[in-house]
Every structure is written in C-alpha cells, then in structure tokens.
Design a protein around this ligand. Sequence first.
Ligand SMILES: [Zn+2]
Length: 471
Amino acid sequence: MKIQFLGAAGEVTGSRHSVEVVLAGRPRHFLVDYGMFQGGREASNKNLEPLPFFPKDVEFVVLTHAHIDHSGLLPRLCAQGFKGPIYCTSATYELLKILLPDSAHLQFADLERAERKMKQGKWRGEMPVALYSREEVEMTLKQFEVLDYGQSKEIAPGIQLEFHNAGHILGSAIAVLDITEDGSSKKRCVFSGDIGMKGRVLMPDPDLISSADVLVVESTYGDRLHRSLPETENELVEVINATMAAGGNVVIPAFAVGRTQEILFLLIDLVRKGRLPHLAIWVDSPMATAATQLTQHFFDQLDRQSQETFDWYKNNSSAVNLRFIADVEESKALNKIKGGAIIISASGMCDAGRIVHHLANNLPRPQNAIIITGFQAYGSLGRRLVDKVEKVRLFGEEVLVKASIHTIGGLSAHADQAGLLDWLRGFEKPPKTCYVVHGEPESASVFAKCMRDELAWPHVIVPERLHTYEC
Ligand SMILES: [Zn+2]
C-alpha cells in the first residue's frame, strides 16, 4: 500500500491523501478527502497545480467532513473526469449541499469584483481564478453515497469502510478502512479527519478507535493547549461588556458551519446564566443561517448540554434579539449601526464573503472590537489581524486597523495537544505506522515528538507534501 500526501502536509489546509493498493490482481487508487488550499496566493497556486494521477482512474473518495479544506476541490476533481462514488455521512452531505455551491459562488464573485476594479484601475496584484462552476457542483453532488456512523460497507472488493463520530463538526467522521491486499493479511487504516475537543459545546466527544495498522492523524493544535471553557467564557463576557459600554460593535468572523452555531450557543448560554445582558445579534451569512437550520435538524447528534440550552432559548426567545440576515440590502444596512451590535459573519479566516465588508466598515473605529475565534492560516487576512498589522488592503483599497483585535483560542473545534493524546490513548497498541498531518511544521513536529516520547509509539512520521510512502 502506498500513500501520497497531496496536501495538509506541513500545513492545515488542502487535505488530500492519495492511496494505492493492489486488489484482485490490479492496482487501485482512491482518495481520502479532497480539500482546497486556503490562505493567499501560494494556496491559490497549489489549487491549480497539475495532478500526479488521472482523475478518471480514481475509484472512489472517502470524505471525513464537510469543511472546504477537506472537500472544496471535489467539484474540480469531478469536472476533470472522476466518475466514482464519494462516501460521507448524511449530515456531511447535507452540509455540502450548502457549502459547495457557496464556494463556487464566492469564487465567481471574487473574480467579478476583481475584473470590475481592474477596469477602474483600482486593482493591484494577481487576478483570482474560479476553480469550478455552480453547474459542476450540481454534477458532483450526484456522486455522493451516504453511510451512517458505525455502518460497515464493502466499498470495493477487499475494502471495508466504517465511519465513527469525530466530534469536530456536524457529520464529521473518523474513517476506518479495512483493506485486504493481494497476498497479504488485512490492514486497518484509520484517517482521523479533524478531531474535536472533548467536553466542548455542541458536538459529542470523539469516538475512540481501538486498533490501527496505519494511522493518519491531524495535528492542528499539536503543540499547544487550549484555554479552558470557563476562561473562554470570561474573555467573551469581558470583551462584549467593555465594547457595549464604549458604544461599539463586536464583529466575530466565524466559519459558517460549526463555529457560528458554537458562538450562538455560548452567547445564548451566557445570557441564560445572567452573565451577559440582553443581546442584539445579527448572523450575516446565508450559509451560517442554513447551517444553523441544519444543526436543528440533526438535533439528536448534539451533546446534551447544548440540547438543553437550545430548548431554553425556544421558551425564552425575547432574551436574545437574534436575527438571520437574508439579502444583501439588509446586510448593507448593518453598516449604519454604529454601536450595540454583535455581528457574526463568514468566512472564518476573513478572506471572502460578507465578513470582509463588515471588517472594512468596523476596523477603522477604535470603539469596535473584532473577536477572532478560529484558526487563522498563514497568509489569510484573519492571520494578519491577529498579527496586529496597522492597515490592510480590502477590495483593492487601504483600510486602517483601529478596532481592538481579540483572539479567543478556547473555542476551537480541534482537540488540543492533550485532547489529541487522549484520543490516541484509545488505541490498545501502537499502530505500526503513524503519519502526522494537518498541522503547520512546528505543530506537526512537536506533536510527532510527543507521540514518540509520551506514548512510546515507535514509527511516527511527519510526511512531506507530494512524497509517496510505502506502508
Ligand atoms: Zn475541519
């Protein structure tokens, strides 16, 4: 068996793992995740690079979860000739029906805006590229096959697939593949996908897996520990109360899927506990609105505490003035609100979507606060804000950063170092080979060392992008 890491090797985006096995006398090729690289020009170039295989030769794709950095290039793969099935959970599929069309839309919107600015002589830098169309997304959505958690399915002769709950976002899964290659005994390959943080809001704790021969594990926060949930709540309360007292707005860039619902849950819960006053919250992202509805649809997949809080809100809806914005005009009207608003909008790394307009509008005023709640990849606008730049270029124009920028780390949908180690302790014996992916170089190498030192696991490798490993 050979694995080639096409992305998320030494970085956190572009999760794409290519696997080759020999079954029934011939080589077979499949992929686990097919995500987009995100964050700046370098990422755009990687999304466009030629593939080391023919898409028509790929037999199937196993998708761990809906986040675009794991799923976002699937329409491109299909448009390039991949005709096989894509396996995922039903919640992941429902989320993708929202996320993939939006991704296509954002790419075209960026391109059109750049072309407009170019005509006016206001655009500097390279032109963005649209990777696929809305029609190509529609075609891709026809190739999915859903599988419930814990349901085992033979997806090719000699390959059995089973999903387990990863506790990361709605529908997120750990993929367990039992592969019996010609002339060898069965091998269990486990792809962690993104692993959620134990004891956090909304999602249940990640399922433990007891055995693996080959393990591919994420390491987004492999070199650090998250702040505790009570500390995170204290920080949120402090920033929101101070900003409201100063007459400013709070802008929260948030991934539409998962993070937005998590923040809503926390804010509602803090109002419920009497720690925050009556709040006026605008969720300005059509995708976040749809994802929140979907979260309600999959209510039984949420953890118990979140179910209780949402039940409370149903009976006390006047305690929080929560509005979901549908059209662009309503979104623009938010520009007129100079204080007292909490605006939650996407994208989470501030690179696209309505959040960019809200930042352009709110960054220049010192009474406003921007709360960064998610991982900001190198090269993204969010990362530059976290790094305290004094000005940014938005829509080809310069904007001064006068608002205060707060990073609240404890809300991560990813397990921290202790959480990841805890999850790994679920394996009864060390996997024969482990590959540490989905982490920036420092994080991946620190976590690999941790696995060797603290768990005494013998074969832990931080793979290099585009290298092929025999396992
Ligand atoms: Zn994810």
